[in-house]
Structures are given as structure tokens and as C-alpha cells.
Design a protein around this ligand. Structure first.
Ligand code: FPP
Length: 257
């Protein structure tokens, strides 16, 4: 019975895969993983069970992103505003990277995935930092998918930090604000090593950006997916890419017909 179901699912996924244009895969996909709490509530489970299941989804989506040839996958795992949640929930989320990497790091290494982060990492607990730094170190020479966790990340705080550094640099060099341009601001953002995301997905049906990559998503295609994050799967990711491929990106210009 299960074997038959699995076979059916595999066939479905192969069919979906063949429906997307493999030459037009977005290079950078960013995801707001929303709906863990509601997933748990629907099942009368504590919210942390939703986060646990959300972590399993991170594994599936990382595998699929890597197989599809996506180059950068940025996942919003914890925002600068999430500290206001109950302490027990914050502690649980902070331990997720430890749990995730304990079970998944060998597969990430085998898949040539490079683990990276954006966010104010210095505020994370030592145990979280230790697990993440180990993963960063052990995958630093990998050349495949770059899996970027946004942890204690907030777009506004990122821009404030960038502006402060720019101000200091200009003052030290005796320069004025005339030297400030977009490239200079970008160079000082936490994402300076990455291209802007072409595709930004938010799960759970909520339609807002919640302080995620607010500078970088200026021209991203937004897809608001109805699934709660723990229910999001590779078929949904492929569907999002199909929708992305059906859109015309104009960047404020016009397309000749
Ligand atoms: C938002 O859903 C989710 C979070 C704030 C946590 C996201 C974390 C994961 C999905 C796991 C990350 C895994 C690793 C390895 C870091 P919510 O709790 O706001 O859901 P709700 O809106 O339904 O309450």
C-alpha cells in the first residue's frame, strides 16, 4: 500500500519536474516559512511540534532546491521580532539548528551544499552558534546550493546597521553623503555576497513581507502559498516555480511585443 503510494508520488513529482523550464529556474529563492503554529493547533498539539515538523520540511525543500539547481535558498527562520514569543518557544526554535544539523549535516555535505547565515548572530545562544559555525566550517568549500538561514534577522535593523557603517566610513575618509549610492548600501548589507532573490515565497496564506529582505525584494516575484509550512513540499515548490515562470518580469520597464 505505502509502496504503491510512494511510487505514485514519485511519478507525480517526475511529471511536475518535466513541466518546468529547467533553463529558467530562479537563481535565488527566499522563503518566509509561516504556519507552524497553526499546523500544530489544527492537530491539538503544542506549537513546538509545528516547528519540529517545519524543520522536516526544511530538509525536503533543501533537497529539492539542490536537485533543481537553485543556487541560493534563503530561509527566514527567526526574525528580530520573534524574541517576543514565549521563552519556551524561543528556546525550542533556537535549538532547532542544533537538531537539524545533527541529523542532516552529513547529507548537506554529500549534496555539496554550503551553509551560511544572515542576521545578528552574536545574540544567539552559544550552543546554536557552535552548531552553525561547525556546519559553516565543514561546508565552506562546497560549491553547490548555498543554504542561507536568516536567524535573528530583520530588514530594517540590517539597513540601519549598513547606514551606520557607511556613515563611519565616510567620516573617516572625510567624504560627504554625495558618495552614497545604491551599490554602496548593498555592499554593506548582510546579503552582499548574494544576488537579489528573483522569487519570494510565503506560506500559510498570509500576504506580507514581515521585515524580510525589504531592500533585496524590491523586484522579487511574490508567491503567497496557502499551505502551512509543515505541509509545504517539493510538489508545492515546483508549482511555485511554474507560477514564477509564467510571470513577466519587467523591472519597471516595458516588454516589446
Ligand atoms: C513561523 O510560523 C515560523 C517560525 C517563526 C519559525 C520557523 C522555523 C522553522 C520552520 C524551522 C527552521 C529550521 C531550522 C533548521 C532553523 P509561526 O510559528 O508564526 O506559525 P503561526 O503563524 O501559524 O503561528
Amino acid at each position: 500500500m505505502f509502496k504503491k503510494l510512494n511510487k505514485q508520488k514519485k511519478k507525480q513529482s517526475q511529471q511536475l519536474n518535466s513541466e518546468i523550464d529547467l533553463h529558467n529556474i530562479p537563481e535565488h529563492v527566499a522563503i518566509i516559512m509561516d504556519g507552524n503554529g497553526r499546523w500544530a493547533k489544527k492537530r491539538k498539539l503544542p506549537r513546538i511540534k509545528g516547528h519540529y515538523q517545519g524543520m522536516q520540511t526544511v530538509k525536503e525543500i533543501t533537497r529539492e532546491a539542490s536537485d533543481l539547481g537553485i543556487k541560493y535558498l534563503t530561509l527566514y527562520a527567526f526574525s528580530t521580532e520573534n524574541w517576543s514569543r514565549p521563552k519556551s518557544e524561543v528556546n525550542y526554535i533556537m535549538n532547532l539548528p542544533v537538531n537539524f544539523l545533527k541529523t542532516f549535516l552529513p547529507e548537506l555535505i554529500e549534496k555539496n551544499v554550503k551553509v551560511e547565515t544572515i542576521g545578528f548572530m552574536e545574540h544567539l545562544p552559544d550552543s546554536t552558534l557552535k552548531a552553525i559555525n561547525k556546519a559553516i566550517e565543514e561546508t565552506k568549500d562546497n560549491t553547490g546550493l548555498r543554504l542561507i538561514f536568516a536567524l535573528n534577522y530583520g530588514g530594517r535593523a540590517e539597513i540601519v546597521q549598513s547606514m551606520k557603517t557607511i556613515f563611519d566610513e565616510l567620516s573617516n575618509e572625510g567624504l560627504t553623503s554625495d558618495s552614497i549610492n545604491e551599490a554602496m548600501i548593498e555592499k554593506h548589507l548582510m546579503t552582499h555576497r548574494y544576488p537579489d532573490p528573483e522569487l519570494l515565497i510565503r506560506t500559510s496564506g498570509e500576504q506580507r513581507i514581515s521585515n524580510f529582505l525589504i531592500w533585496q525584494a524590491s523586484y522579487s516575484e511574490f508567491i503567497f502559498n496557502e499551505k502551512l509550512w509543515p505541509d509545504f513540499d517539493k510538489e508545492e515548490l515546483i508549482n511555485c516555480i511554474k507560477i514564477y515562470q509564467s510571470r513577466q518580469r519587467r523591472f519597471g520597464g516595458v516588454i516589446d511585443s
